[in-house]
Design a protein around this ligand. Structure first.
Ligand SMILES: C[S@@+](CC[C@H](N)C(=O)[O-])C[C@H]1O[C@@H](n2cnc3c(N)ncnc32)[C@H](O)[C@@H]1O
Length: 231
């Protein structure tokens, strides 16, 4: 099997993400992970779910920033990624290398909640449906899978992706494609939210505006939540 692509980027990953638009949008790159944490908290709050009793897996967790931010929210947190180089940065979390990128190294029906954040645009188009079915396998009945992706409807996102070295192979997913992936894998869509409209400084003052815009499909990124039926 060939060397995982992100092993080539792991040592200089944060440097490789630098971009004038991206850096101007957020004073601190941690903002991008914090926004995802807030979005996930918001989803569960809206559905009146107490996450403290739930288990959470981040597929394609990379350096594990989102897992760290959500560690205290869940009973159990775990991650996996094909790149051992990226996982070296993760501490204090059960992380496993995907020796086969199409296989998730956990048993069936283990998790209540799973995320894949900025992963699918690196997965070959022909492998995306099988990866989604594999996620469904490790999800408990009633569990939620959230795919978070760059939004190709946003011109700034497209420009940043075009010139970011780690995105050299990226094929972005339109929200409708992501919704179909979930649906076709037996994970009917429960919600779609668009976010990253406002730069960090404005968001911190007027985050409620982003909340009002969450159904408008122009945010820099979006999240689609699908649920494994109980039957
Ligand atoms: C852009 S990074 C995102 C990392 C992290 N999720 C984040 O948001 O910071 C993409 C990650 O997807 C991983 N990846 C690529 N193909 C994958 C697959 N088939 N299954 C799981 N992860 C994969 C890469 O190794 C890399 O760590």
């Amino acid at each position: 099997m060939s060397r995982p692509e992100f092993d080539n980027f792991a040592a200089t990953y944060d440097e490789l993400l630098k971009d004038p638009i991206r850096d101007g949008f957020a004073g601190n790159p941690a903002f991008f992970h914090q926004r995802k944490r807030d979005l996930i908290r918001d989803y569960f709050q809206r559905n009146a779910v107490d996450t403290k009793r739930l288990s959470y897996l981040d597929v394609g967790c990379g350096k594990g920033e989102l897992m760290s931010l959500l560690a205290a929210d869940f009973r159990r947190v775990a991650g996996c990624d094909p790149s051992g180089g990226m996982l070296e940065a993760v501490q204090g979390v059960d992380v496993r290398v995907q020796t086969d990128p199409n296989r998730i190294p956990f048993d069936d029906a283990q998790f209540d909640f799973i995320t894949a954040v900025c992963v699918y645009h690196h997965v070959p188009v022909a492998a995306r449906a099988a990866l989604t079915r594999e996620v469904r396998r490790v999800l408990k009945p009633g569990g939620i899978f959230a795919i978070i992706e760059h939004n190709p409807w946003n011109p700034a996102t497209r420009l940043i992706v075009k010139r970011t070295p780690v995105d050299v192979d990226a094929i972005l997913l339109y929200p409708g494609e992501t919704q179909s992936l979930l649906r076709d894998a037996g994970l009917p869509v429960r919600a779609t939210s668009y976010f990253l409209y406002l730069p960090e400084g404005i968001y911190r003052l007027a985050g409620v505006v982003e909340d009002l815009l969450r159904h408008v499909p122009l945010g820099g990124q979006y999240a689609v939540f699908g649920r494994r039926e109980r039957a």
